[in-house]
Design a protein around this ligand. Sequence first.
Ligand code: 5GP
Ligand code: MG
Ligand code: MG
Length: 180
Amino acid sequence: MMDRDILKVLFSEEEIRARVEELGSELYERFCEKTPLFLGVLKGSFVFMADLVRACQIKSDLEFIAVSSYENATVSSGRVQITRDLQQDITGRDLIVVEDILDSGNTLAFLKDYFMTKGAASVTIVTLLDKPSRRTKAIQPDLTGFVVPDEFVVGYGLDYAQKYRNVPYIGVLKPEVYSN
Ligand code: 5GP
Ligand code: MG
Ligand code: MG
């Protein structure tokens, strides 16, 4: 079981489900008169994205972009690379950018600029988790699921070395997992 690598659970499946419903309702209020483009940042956002688009019953479409900056470490290298670009024109679109976690802010600061350069009409940032204590870029989410302390978390899409994305809750790994 993957569970035995988890030191503690920060947010249970039930807590996540309830919070995602609230975020879906908030997005509905903001966007029901529009046709926004949900834009997920791969890979970490894929579970959240799947639940969020179903919690927000508005006419919308969906896109993904993939970036990498971590290269199996737990600390950002600071350099953001697009590894899978947008597959459609976003000119004039209202974007709902869906992220797993906002940490240093490098990724979203880079992406927000990129999307504005590509002609987006608006960029709304929805992050499941926010770790404000580690921010080095002046960027804030528009909507946040939960604020987390300065600990490396996994589950609900978030990985450590590509593992634990399928853990259904959000938790902290045991220290010995990193040294193996
Ligand atoms: P930033 O560019 O804001 O430093 O980091 C953004 C990305 O780093 C996130 O989208 C996520 O993929 C990864 N990241 C940052 N903190 C954590 C964490 O605590 N756990 C995991 N699994 N990934 C993290
Ligand atoms: Mg991410
Ligand atoms: Mg990762």
